[in-house]
Design a protein around this ligand. Structure first.
Ligand code: S3P
Length: 177
């Protein structure tokens, strides 16, 4: 079984994914890390040197490779579901979980480390930053909303893990404890 965590940048997919994988006894794959390892450079460097289109192609190829791994939790990048047929691939090959926050919450979660994210670093003041997030989220949410499970403004990681585990049980999938 594969569980794909999807959602906007800053929604906590990576740290949640690591904990969820541990809890389920599954492998953990962070798609951004996989891309960085494959390319031998950071996401920011890939955006700078090769451009976003190339990044999206590499991301698509890495996503395909995750389908070869059984029993994995995969934290996707914020843009992953929105390019090519990625969201269909995700839904056909695993269980998708959208970690949903509104744009205001995302802006405050992201304000500290926006420098690390190529798609956010050009918004200088607070208002531009929030507007940018709101616009990007409104373009992307139709993809995120195709997820099979939507967690709206989740709070504690442990509670999220319980909800996901209960969902998996409810759809009669075997999970390793
Ligand atoms: C992106 C999100 C990033 C990373 C890249 C592009 C996006 O991942 O893949 O900077 O398009 O939203 P996180 O969601 O893990 O920050």
């Amino acid at each position: 079984m594969r569980i794909f965590l999807v959602g906007f940048m800053g929604s906590g997919k990576s740290s949640l994914g690591r904990k969820l994988a541990h809890r389920l006894g599954f492998s953990f794959i962070d798609l951004d890390k996989m891309i960085e390892e494959k390319e031998g450079r950071s996401i920011s460097e890939i955006f700078e040197n090769k451009g976003e289109n190339s990044f999206r192609e590499i991301e698509h190829e890495c996503l395909k490779q995750t389908l070869l791994v059984e029993d994995a939790v995969i934290s996707t990048g914020g843009g992953t579901p929105c390019f090519f047929n990625n969201m269909d691939m995700i839904n056909q090959n695993g269980i998708s979980v959208y970690i949903k926050f509104n744009s205001g919450m995302l802006a405050s979660r992201l304000s500290k480390d926006k420098g690390k994210r190529p798609l956010l670093k050009h918004s200088d003041n607070k208002k531009d930053f929030q507007d940018h997030i709101e616009k990007l989220l409104s373009k992307r949410e139709k993809y995120y909303l195709q997820s099979q499970l939507i967690l709206d403004k989740p709070k504690r990681t442990n509670d999220i893990i319980i909800v996901i585990s209960e969902y998996l049980t409810s759809i009669n999938k075997k999970i390793k404890k």
